[in-house]
Design a protein around this ligand. Structure first.
Ligand SMILES: [Zn+2]
Length: 261
């Protein structure tokens, strides 16, 4: 039997899927990827993700939020739009939110402001947060730690985790999940594989972050949810379990974190 996997981070609203979205979803199902989270990055894509999750209720769930690199360009009513959508029945999490020092699209203080808003909204609606962190590990942990010390644990996942062992440990200590994407399979990612090998099975998630960063052996192609199997296989080897066992754990973890049936 094909193991049942959940792709916890897919940008299926992306125009690169406009021509063949139903086929992409069919291929995912055939590959055992029965559930997919479509992840918003702006107010407009939040609306779009909710529409997709409404259109494909068997397979898709949505998040709503504003990704840090898109905060600066957001319209004045963008945050209100996210707040309103947060209570939509197809929405299972907020984000992606977080901090990013790789790109310079949004002043850092403004990124911090919106990350704090997402954390606050998550608490108010008892929703988990999908956290993006790129070249900002220290700042992300600082803000999460500050929030944790004041309010206690927030439910959440460090998506497409690429951080150091110490960062992984700090996030795990706050009760967060770590999600791994295609980069885990790349030849030059031995450090990341060493980190992934040591994450407890009950805190692991898998994702594609498609259409970006397809895993080996499909690296270079447009990524899609069916390909999460390659990342899951890599993670199973690192954890020294078989793929069905890995899938059982990551799927259970995703259902627990995002409240899926
Ligand atoms: Zn993403």
């Amino acid at each position: 039997m094909t193991p049942f996997l959940i792709d916890t981070h897919a940008h299926l609203d992306d125009e690169r899927f406009d021509a063949d979205r139903p086929e992409v979803l069919d291929r995912a199902r055939a590959a055992g990827v029965g559930t997919i989270l479509v992840i918003a990055t702006t107010a407009a894509t939040s609306v779009r993700c909710v529409e997709l999750a409404t259109h494909y209720p068997e397979q898709l769930h949505a998040t709503v939020g504003i990704q840090p690199n898109h905060v600066a360009e957001a319209e004045a009513d963008a945050w209100d739009c996210v707040c309103q959508l947060a209570t939509h029945p197809r929405v299972v999490a907020l984000g992606e939110t977080g901090l990013d020092r790789y790109w310079d699209h949004t002043p850092f203080a403004q990124q911090e402001d919106f990350f704090a808003r997402h954390l606050d909204l998550a608490r108010r609606h008892k929703l988990p947060v999908v956290i993006h962190c790129r070249e900002a590990e220290g700042d992300t942990v600082r803000m999460l730690r500050d929030d944790y010390d004041r309010h206690g644990p927030v439910r959440g996942v460090m998506h497409s985790f690429t951080g150091a062992q110490a960062t992984a440990e700090q996030c795990l200590a706050m009760g967060l999940y770590l999600s791994f994407a295609g980069m885990l399979t790349y030849k030059n990612a031995q450090n990341l594989r060493d980190v992934a090998a040591r994450v407890p099975l009950d805190r692991l998630l898998v994702e594609t972050d498609c259409p970006y960063l397809a895993p080996v052996p499909v690296r270079g192609q447009r990524n899609e949810p069916a390909f999460v199997v390659h990342t899951a296989t890599c993670l199973a080897n690192l954890q020294q379990v078989d793929l069905p066992t890995l899938a059982e754990h990551t799927t259970h973890n995703a259902r627990t974190l995002f409240g899926l049936r």
